[in-house]
Design a protein around this ligand. Structure first.
Ligand SMILES: Cc1cc2nc3c(=O)[nH]c(=O)nc-3n(C[C@H](O)[C@H](O)[C@H](O)COP(=O)(O)OP(=O)(O)OC[C@H]3O[C@@H](n4cnc5c(N)ncnc54)[C@H](O)[C@@H]3O)c2cc1C
Length: 468
């Protein structure tokens, strides 16, 4: 296999020694680790196709990988699988400012795209906090969100066309540059498919004009409940901020103790970062209303960034918060769940109760406007008893979010981390339907096997053991 892959991509782009493979044993999830059999790094769509054809002819499972920043174990491969790393496919192929479209390879780093189109007064909206590292291909596979997706929508709302290499090596195009496809929305189906339907090798995205006016506000609260209630109250008032993010005290302390210090008040129980954008007059009017709501809900102070540098600093603290938490403990389990916004105050109390009962270090930094929680547990996985408590707490948090009318992931995907939680929200029939969709793209289930759909919970698995 190593030789055959080397003939396709050149021997230097095949990694098989144990030390080389070590880089690829994990993604951003610290609880799942596995050595892939081989790593191959194709440099063109033609090479991706030939690699996938080899996988098809030899019946070999494969896993696509972008930057490996995923937080659900999705880009991790078992020893019997080949990991196809797409970071060499990192070119922006075309920018069409008039039609507001960009065509790019999947290994383009998210933040590079907005930098490249800035001279045209445009940007690419989905901005995961990992945007300095994660790839747009990984964003497509995970249907990634980000702070500014509250108002403008997540990745699926910004991808119009895809070139995909299917698991049998056929190359197909889904959607259209105009973004108005006829027939079923196959782009919508592929976005969020977590590497199970094939490999995206070309992506056409929408670009949006940079808003003429932006106001970034920081409000601090003496209770988490007050901050949570303010989130619902802002949306309830009919205002949809560009971003509405919350950080609790543990998170603020970690940020302020790090090189990413942003001037957040460390004595606050929670801070909210609210960003409004649009025309100058509308932003001004909304800012007045938002400030009134924040104060009415108990904000001790509300301040606005007065310069672009100020604003960048406020955002840096938020976007680098996970990195700052690296100082607390060797490992960080970044959890991801969603609840209805109105359930935020109660779910935050519940997470606090779970934290106390299991004696864990949990910090919260999340897309509050979307009700998209990220309770982050700092721990050391070399301590098995502690690692067990982390797993139990994660499961309890997920169950609490589901009980509150929410779901087990908002943006980080299911991967292998959440696969056992799928039956919390889907019955056997629904899981079977998901598997059937997957089989339409990948009849042999070789693309990212063992992820997302728990086979043992599918209807046919339970009904007929022969289906195995
Ligand atoms: C500090 C930090 C902050 C984060 N913040 C956010 C956030 O705000 N919002 C958010 O949504 N996520 C966030 N994430 C999670 C992660 O960055 C996203 O899921 C991102 O989309 C993953 O991109 P990647 O290139 O690293 O993909 P990888 O981790 O390499 O892969 C992720 C999945 O995509 C598949 N895949 C990769 N490329 C392709 C392709 N070309 N075709 C088909 N399948 C492919 C893989 O098989 C895997 O299943 C954060 C992660 C970190 C570490």
């Amino acid at each position: 296999m190593v030789d055959a892959l080397g003939r396709i991509v050149g021997p230097r782009w095949v990694r098989h020694r144990r030390a080389e493979l070590a880089t690829y044993t994990m993604d951003g999830l610290p609880t799942r680790e596995s050595y892939p059999g081989v790593v191959v790094m194709p440099g063109s769509t033609a090479e991706v196709r030939e690699v996938v054809r080899l996988m098809h002819l030899t019946g070999t499972p494969f896993v696509a990988r972008g930057a490996g920043t995923g937080l659900s174990g999705g880009a991790v491969a078992d020893p019997d699988a080949v990991l196809i790393a797409l970071t060499r496919l990192n070119r922006i192929l075309q920018v069409d400012p008039r039609r507001r479209r960009a065509t790019l390879q999947p290994g383009v780093v998210n933040a590079r795209l907005s930098e490249a189109v800035l001279p045209h007064g445009l940007h690419y909206v989905p901005d995961p906090s990992s945007q300095a590292a994660c790839t747009v291909g990984g964003n497509v596979a995970e249907n990634a969100g980000g702070p500014h997706c509250l108002k403008y929508g997540v990745t699926t709302n910004h991808v119009v066309e895809l070139e995909v290499v299917l698991p049998d090596a056929a190359v197909i195009r889904l959607g259209s540059r105009q973004g108005e496809p006829w027939g079923p929305d196959l782009v919508g189906l592929f976005v969020g498919s977590e590497g199970m339907f094939g490999i995206a090798t070309e992506i056409v995205v929408r670009l949006e004009p940079i808003p003429s006016s932006v106001r970034t506000m920081l409000a601090d609260f003496s209770t988490v409940r007050g901050a949570s209630e303010a989130v619902s109250a802002i949306i309830g008032a009919g205002i949809v901020p560009a971003a509405l993010e919350m950080m609790d005290q543990a998170c603020v302390e970690a940020v302020e103790a790090s090189i990413y210090a942003a001037g957040y008040p460390t004595d606050a129980a929670a801070v909210l970062l609210v960003e409004l954008d649009g025309g100058a007059d509308a932003v001004e009017a909304e800012a007045t209303t938002v400030e009134t709501i924040l104060r009415a809900r108990g904000a001790r102070e509300v301040r606005s960034a007065s310069t672009p540098a100020d604003r960048a600093r406020l955002w840096q603290g938020r976007k680098k918060a996970f990195g700052a938490m690296g100082r607390i403990a060797p490992d960080l389990a970044v959890q991801d769940a969603v609840v209805p916004r109105s359930a935020l105050p109660d779910i935050m109390d519940r997470i606090e109760e779970i934290r106390g009962r299991h004696h864990l270090a949990i910090s919260n930094v999340f897309h509050a406007g979307d009700g998209n929680l990220h309770p982050n547990i700092s721990f050391d996985r070399r301590d098995p008893e502690l690692a067990d408590r982390v797993q139990v707490a994660c499961r309890e948090i997920m169950a609490a979010c589901v009980a509150a009318g929410g779901s087990i992931t908002g943006e980080h995907g299911v991967g292998s981390d959440k696969i056992d939680y799928m039956p919390l929200i889907f019955d056997g029939d629904t899981l079977s339907a998901m598997r059937a969709v997957r089989l339409a793209f990948d009849p042999d289930e070789r693309a990212n096997p063992g992820k997302v759909v728990p086979l043992h919970a599918c209807r046919e698995w339970r009904a007929t053991p022969a289906a195995r």
